[in-house]
Design a protein. Sequence first.
Length: 330
Amino acid sequence: MKKSLLGLLAFSLMSATAYAADIKPAIIYDLGGKFDKSFNEAAFNGAEKFKTESGIEYREFEIANDAQREQALRRFAGDGNNPIVMAGFSWGAALEKVAAEYPDTKFAIIDMVVEKPNVKSVVFKEQEGSYLVGVLAGLASKTKTVSFVGGMDIPLIHKFSCGYIGGAKSTGADVKVLEAFTGTTPDAWNDPVKGGEITKSQIDQGSDVVYHAAGGTGVGVLQAAADAGKLGIGVDSNQNGLHPGKVLTSMLKRVDVAVYDAFKSAKDDTFAPGISVLGLKEDGVGFALDDNNKALITPEMMAAVEKAKADIIAGTVQVHDYMTDEACPY
């Protein structure tokens, strides 16, 4: 009996090892770099969490230009990496081609929908999280002028901006929102100098709270706001700690959870292709509160933002999604 149990245990261990060996996860970041303190870094954190919990290493790659997308994706798939996660909407065209060529490989893409039988598409209701930080901005502003700095001028980033405008204006009809974008090419995600210049211009126009959705460019936005004694609002990752006491909050977009879930579900053999939409109800977006910013959030502000969150989840407040009609009604 003892030999049978030992044999069964050895078989179980060998089976688990063999199964884990079949999981060769990989992640490919978007332009702006893995340590952009924002979107890419959130993806990295999700991969790191999976590695820490599972003990399974993952492969990663930082592209330097758009021309590398298809080449990198095909290389990873050809090397047997599975699943492969892509951070960013710009991977859509390359994935359309490569997913069809490797039907047995599981792919996950964040911020874009690719309808293939082996692809999981994860998109977020960024407008809902942006509405909440807009409420906080409107209530924190002394000048009643707040602003937004976007990275690349595309509908997805207008989605952040429009939600923010809606939230800020919900706090008072007299609230003014300035809006600007860094550029129209992928370079817009990694230009902190220009981000700082835009922020200074908005501050000169009266803005005292500046929200960014600009990837690595946003580091310059938050720096410029802090240097001017104004408040910044971070995005994607919790950026409150970049300038403690000078970052009002950060709009959290749980890219880390999306990456972690893609890796773990593949490991557990529960990977489900299709579209996953994450909003406030699903805890896919939110706002950051920690020791770095709690002194900036008054009880009245917290009550207002929690009410807005509850109303959005209940459906009594509908936050407009810019991408449905490429218009912002606020």
